[in-house]
Design a protein around this ligand. Structure first.
Ligand code: FES
Length: 147
């Protein structure tokens, strides 16, 4: 008799745990959906492929630098003395754009897509502008956040 009660308690507890975990596994994604993290809060340091920060002085001196931020190719430019940063991934098929300082445009070599210094499409097949990042400089490091 005591053994039956023990088994009932065991299975009752097990079922409660399974039910509880199931409910939690449903609630967590719903809460994450309802209260998304603000895109503007996350900051990334603009890095070279080796993981070293790319210095402000390097971008300002050379006119542009391609590196990494948010796990993707990113380009920072010196546009008339202002530091700007964009995703370097072309919005057409994902090739990496480069900055043509003389022309003042971003150029995609794959299908000749062109973007102005604000990342807007000038010509070619890209359907959307290059996503721009907010730039903050601290101790010669470039910190980027999503706009
Ligand atoms: S991938 Fe850039 S224009 Fe096609």
């Amino acid at each position: 008799m005591d053994e039956k009660i023990g088994r009932r308690n065991f299975f009752g507890t097990l079922i409660n745990w399974i039910f509880g975990l199931t409910v939690v596994s449903w609630i967590v994604p719903i809460v994450a959906y309802l209260f998304p993290k603000s895109k503007g809060e996350a900051e990334n340091i603009f890095m070279d492929p080796s993981g070293n920060p790319i210095r402000t002085s390097a971008v300002l001196g050379e006119g542009s630098k391609t590196g990494l931020a948010f796990g993707d190719a990113t380009i920072a430019i010196n546009y008339k003395g202002e530091l700007r940063a964009f995703s370097a991934v072309c919005t057409h098929l994902g090739c990496i754009v480069s900055w043509k300082k003389e022309e003042g445009i971003f150029f995609c070599p794959c299908h000749a897509g062109k973007f102005d210094p604000n990342g807007n499409v000038i010509s070619g097949p890209p359907p959307k502008p290059l996503p721009q990042y907010r730039v903050k400089v601290e101790e010669d490091k470039i910190k980027l956040s999503k706009v």
